[in-house]
Design a protein around this ligand. Sequence first.
Ligand code: CO8
Length: 258
Amino acid sequence: MYENIKLSIESGIATITMDRPQALNALNSQTLKELNNVIDEVQGNDDVRVVIITGNGKSFVAGADISEMKDLNSIQGRKFGLLGNKIFRRLELMEKPVIAAVNGFALGGGCELSMACDIRIASSKAKFGQPEVSLGITPGFGGTQRLARLVGVGKAKELIFTGDIIRADEALRIGLVNSVVEPEELMNVAKDMAEKIKNNAPIAVAYSKVAINRGVEVDIETGLMYEGEVFGSCFSTEDQEEGMSAFLEKREKSFKNR
Ligand code: CO8
């Protein structure tokens, strides 16, 4: 069904594998469209509670496809940029939590894809960077915005202006990734985290994501208002009743996503 992406769904965890290893999983239009469709598929599947994105081979995603971009005119370039931006934003706003398991190169659009995910776990072999200016373009899939929000304006400017490629331990030091693990442990660690998230009330997790995403864009008063709204809404869910009853009755919780 997909040419450049593999999707597997196992006990509530969807794993999306970027699978175009001959081009280090570079994002061409076909792959971007498939990513858009796969987002629809996992979003629409009620069995899926958590999503993991990783890459096949030595690369997570080595950026947007340079051979496809090379001859674009300004209108086509803008269209290509908007396509990626729209899809990454959909991923970021998706109600289900998304973990990037960054196995290798996360450059340009690949670093941007990881930043559109909620949590980044990196293999010690992963490398990160926004080398676009070395190609005569700016980051175009959200890099100028999300990198600055994650690591601060000064460090984002340094990385984008120099195009430096940094190792996973440096990415951890500057706050670009949540943790660094041995390559052979990457998927286990990502799945263990997904399991932990999956065992919590899905609506509460989704609402928390909304409140955090909205809150970081606004002043704290407005952010706290969002938090108040989602907090209040939890009390109309069956899972709030279940979570608190199970705690008081000292029994296992059984959340229903309702
Ligand atoms: N696009 C297309 N093909 C690529 C890409 C890419 N981004 N990256 C690697 N490939 C291809 C190579 O051309 C090569 O193909 P072939 O075998 O046919 O020659 C194959 O993948 C293997 O790559 P290498 O031989 O180069 O592998 P190495 O291990 O020697 O090097 C690197 C790995 C360091 C990752 C190297 O491939 C590299 O530097 N890649 C490009 C990285 C880069 O600059 N990425 C940023 C791209 S720009 C971008 O992402 C902008 C996003 C926003 C776009 C907005 C549009 C308007």
